[in-house]
Write a protein that binds this ligand. Structure first.
Ligand code: NDP
Length: 227
């Protein structure tokens, strides 16, 4: 039975990714900060094991990587935050404390998750690793505002781009994936697509990944995004 590990699995895109992989017969390690409150996650049908994981706690990430000894076919580092409201994300009134906090989750937490579980992914059959980023982290898309969020995702993109050739040596495929503008707590009700559509697209993109020196930066629908 193939195995997937997903962070931020209790709501939004992570929850739908968990549903999608569980429905296809994967054993899913679904990670979330507060399992006692993860009611929707607990109701997902299939082979789902819920783990407590705050991705900014690197000791906890390492401990979980030690606890889960089996190979992980698909790792999806999905947990992320948008950060503060627009004024605090505007050049001229930037909130540096919020910038640090956002980097802790979107950059350090995501990269740490990928690094800690690389050995298990390398031992698996599928050997696929995806970080959920955003088109807003594309330097080519730097159209103003959201400085904190954009910076955190651009930095994540660079870290994963550098990780790709390293991972390739172990046969592991790495990608950064944009989920679309999705109707979740983060994306709001006006998003273009629902989380189920996003998760289905992301799953298809992940299935098509191959180990490569240059990581692909793809949207859920397969569109290539400029770095
Ligand atoms: P939500 O806000 O709906 O969910 C975010 C998830 O991440 C929650 O499960 C949350 O847990 C978890 N999380 C946040 N911080 C941490 C942390 N420090 N440790 C562990 N878990 C954490 O967001 P989406 O589902 O919309 O977003 C998922 C990913 O997609 C994010 O990386 C986001 O940046 C990206 N994205 C989303 C877009 C959209 O339109 N929605 C567009 C582009 C990218 P908790 O419930 O405990 O807070």
């Amino acid at each position: 039975m193939p195995t997937a590990l997903i962070t931020g699995a209790n709501r939004g895109i992570g929850l739908e990714l968990t549903r999608a992989y569980a429905a296809e017969g994967y054993k899913v390690h679904a990670c979330c900060r507060t399992p006692s409150q993860a009611n929707e996650l607990r109701d997902v049908e299939g082979d789902v094991t819920i783990h407590a994981l705050e991705v900014t706690d690197h000791g906890a990430v390492d401990a979980l990587a030690t606890e889960i000894k089996e190979p992980i076919d698909v790792l999806i580092a999905n947990a992320g935050v948008y950060g503060p409201g627009s004024e605090a994300q505007t050049f001229g009134s930037l909130d540096y404390g919020a910038l640090r906090d956002t980097l802790e989750t979107n950059l350090l937490g995501t990269v740490k998750t990928c690094e800690a579980f690389l050995p298990q992914v390398a031992q698996s059959g599928e050997k696929k690793m995806a970080a959920i980023t955003s088109k807003m982290g594309s330097i080519a898309d730097a159209s103003g505002g959201s400085v904190i969020y954009r910076t955190s995702k651009a930095a994540l993109n660079m870290a994963m781009a550098v990780a790709a050739p390293e991972a390739k040596r172990q046969g592991v495929a790495v990608a950064v994936l944009h989920p679309g503008w999705v109707q979740t707590d983060m994306g709001g009700p006006n998003g273009n697509i629902d989380a189920k559509t996003s998760a289905a697209g992301l799953k298809e993109r992940i299935a098509g990944l191959k180990p490569a020196d240059k990581a692909p930066f793809l949207a859920y629908d397969g569109q290539e995004i400029p770095w």
